[in-house]
Design a binder for this molecule. Sequence first.
Ligand SMILES: [Zn+2]
Length: 151
Amino acid sequence: MVKEISTHTIWELLKTIPDPEIPAISIVDLGIVRKVYFEETTLYITVTPTYSGCPAMSFMKDEIIRHLELQGITNCQINTSLAPAWTTDWMSDEVKTKLKEAGIAPPSAEINCPQCDSKKVQVVSEFGSTACKALYKCLDCLEPFHHFKPI
Ligand SMILES: [Zn+2]
């Protein structure tokens, strides 16, 4: 039964799983899903965690398993690959646009306010709501926003 499901279908399914920390983007957008393949009747998914020790990682694995089970796919093996290390370069420009629309400054050396594009921004805290994001404040529109730290 599992063999009738293509890896393309699996990728499409994974694209519907939101990142627990930034629901505007999916775990595929985030770039953590590296490989999807079948061996015999087992589905293998290779994921690379974003920041080491990111507490969201085990939650994401559980989410993947839960979504697959809803489709009747129970023989799934999730492997974690640490090399090459995840980098924000794996995010596409499309994803960076989605982040900006969600009010989060995308990872880049130059930080602009996602609301008004002002370059006059000030860091409030290097550690925002999560370790991956820093809290900034725009000195023009005075809106606080998160910056996804580039790594
Ligand atoms: Zn602004």
